[in-house]
Each structure stands twice: as C-alpha cells, then as structure tokens.
Design a protein. Sequence first.
Length: 131
Amino acid sequence: LVQGLEGLAAWTGPAEIYACRMLLWLLAAAGFAPMLDQDCFTGEPLSGACGFSLDGGVTRSGSKRDCDLTSGEQAMLVQLAGAGECPRGGGDAAKLLRVLSTYTERQMDFTLRSARVFEQLRAKAGAVPVE
C-alpha cells in the first residue's frame, strides 16, 4: 500500500489507470483477483474481442458477460495486474476503472466510495459517464 501511494505521488498519467492498477493489486492480495488471461469460466485461451463477467473476470466471445472488452482493453488489464511498468494507455481507462470497481463491489459486498468520486470528477469535467 505504501509503495502504491508513493507511486501515485510520482504518477503523471491518467489517474484512472493508476487506480485500476492499485485496485487489481489489492484484489490479488485479498484473494479476489479476477481472471484476466483466460476465460474465467472455462479456462480456455482468449482470442480477439472478449467480455468481462462480474462473477470472475474476462470471458471468451460468446460466454456470459456483463460488458464487452476490446482485445486492447483485456491486454491492458493484464499489464495493469503485472509487476512491470504501469501502462499509460491502451484502452478506455474510465471504463476499466468502472468495471473493476463494480467487480470489487460485487466480490467484496461493499460500496467503493472512491469509485463515486472518480465518476463525480468526470461529470464535473464534462466527460460522459461510463455505463
């Protein structure tokens, strides 16, 4: 947590990207990490566009899903969960933060107030809310 906060102080990219990374790391530490590199229901490899299920993570095309992901967004989630350098782009960061926040709320059975703060800041800046 301390390392994450120190990294945030030096971060110059979009805040949503860094928030996604920290959320994924905290989920992993708590044992609730979503499956990101294979179908969360079948374990089969992913190819092309996929989806995200709030019940477990990334899904193959045609599997149960709560939202669609591009292959770039899925790749960004994998990068964000990894130990390498935090990516600065590769997908809709606000969308990914909303997906991960909703996943966390469902898995942990509580509301993330910080997710509401990000949505309020986006609305104030004139951005379109993420569905």
